[in-house]
Design a protein around this ligand. Structure first.
Ligand code: GLV
Length: 316
């Protein structure tokens, strides 16, 4: 009897190609977010699943199907999965690290440049006016040369952003997440308070955990340098979105550029109305190269576990 692999989306075709010879593959594409009930329904027949970062893989979902052997998340982040429950139930959890590092770092730089140089505002204005007038005081932004970039989460993606930012003449400082003791081991690592108080631009690259939820809240915004920028390409809930809106309204922040939101797929309407906020729809890893590589890894993780081996990238 063949194992059944459920794909909760239409992933790049390499995923299906790798699995179809050996297993029954069922695709459940959706245009909208799924509830716990939806997950229970579509995983009912699954021995393995490749899931989206927004699929709620809760304890109830994991307990609902005793045949489930692996949840292979099509993402590096896995905050959508109850890994404690998976561990207790003996279900493997795997992810796709490494292959989306450069793509996400590129998008971070795109956002950083877009917000500091007002690219989106300029595009919108030019289309509206249907002309281009050079004016001495038009759409003035901020230079990157000699500015300080504060990176929260100096892992793979944070480090790739640091390399790019240094090439733009920026000074890079970082804080080790939740680990003040190890901060001194990393060049440019300083305390969180110093990082907040001295960075011209703050960029977040830490995973979402219980400890990092609302890491940047009203108190953190109050500690930031007035007129700083915030870039977030990690997970929305690291930032208290209401506090972010207040900081932007008061001028404490000069701008923000966001790929992720606290309550995806919803975006705070206050953010949508602000010209000094650049908004993109969670596309950090959205290059053909990265997504194909993620699909290959996610499928290989499944393949290996169903063959009784270890996945390539095991979370637990
Ligand atoms: C994207 O957000 C990922 O975690 O891969």
């Amino acid at each position: 009897m063949k194992y059944t692999v459920v794909l909760t989306a239409a992933f790049p075709k390499v995923a299906r190609e790798l699995l179809a010879g050996e297993f029954d593959v069922i695709e459940h594409p959706t245009e909208h977010g799924r509830s716990e009930e939806d997950m229970i329904t579509i995983l009912a027949e699954a021995d393995a699943a490749i899931t989206l970062l927004q699929d709620p893989v809760t304890r109830r979902v994991l307990e609902s199907n005793p045949n489930l052997r692996i949840v292979s998340n099509f993402a590096v982040g896995y905050n959508n999965i109850d890994v404690d429950a998976a561990r207790e139930l003996g279900i493997a959890v795997a992810n796709t690290p490494g292959v989306l590092t450069e793509a996400t770092a590129d998008l971070t730089m795109a956002l950083l440049l877009a917000v500091t140089r007002r690219v989106v505002e300029g595009d919108a204005e030019t289309r509206t006016l249907q002309r281009c007038d050079w004016e001495p005081l038009k759409l003035l932004g901020a230079s990157l040369q000699d500015k300080r970039l504060g990176i929260i989460g100096m892992g793979r993606i944070g480090s790739a952003v640091a390399t790019r930012a240094r090439a733009f003449g920026m000074e890079v400082v970082s804080v080790r997440r939740g680990d003040a003791a190890s901060a001194g081991k990393h060049a440019g690592a300083i305390s969180m308070d110093d990082l907040l108080a001295t960075s011209d631009i703050l960029s977040i690259h830490a995973p979402l955990t219980r400890e990092t939820h609302h890491l940047i809240d009203a108190a953190a915004f109050a500690k930031m340098k007035r007129g700083a920028y915030l870039i977030n390409t990690s997970r929305g809930a690291l930032v208290d979105e209401n506090a972010l809106c207040n900081a932007l309204d008061s001028g404490q922040l000069r701008g923000a550029a966001l790929d992720v939101y606290e309550h995806e797929p919803q975006i705070n309407p206050r953010l949508l109305a602000m010209k000094n906020v650049v908004i993109v729809p969670h596309i950090g890893s959205a290059t053909e190269e990265a997504r194909n590589a993620m699909a290959r890894i996610a499928a290989t993780n499944v393949l290996l576990v169903l063959r009784g081996q270890e996945p390539l990238y095991k979370v637990i």
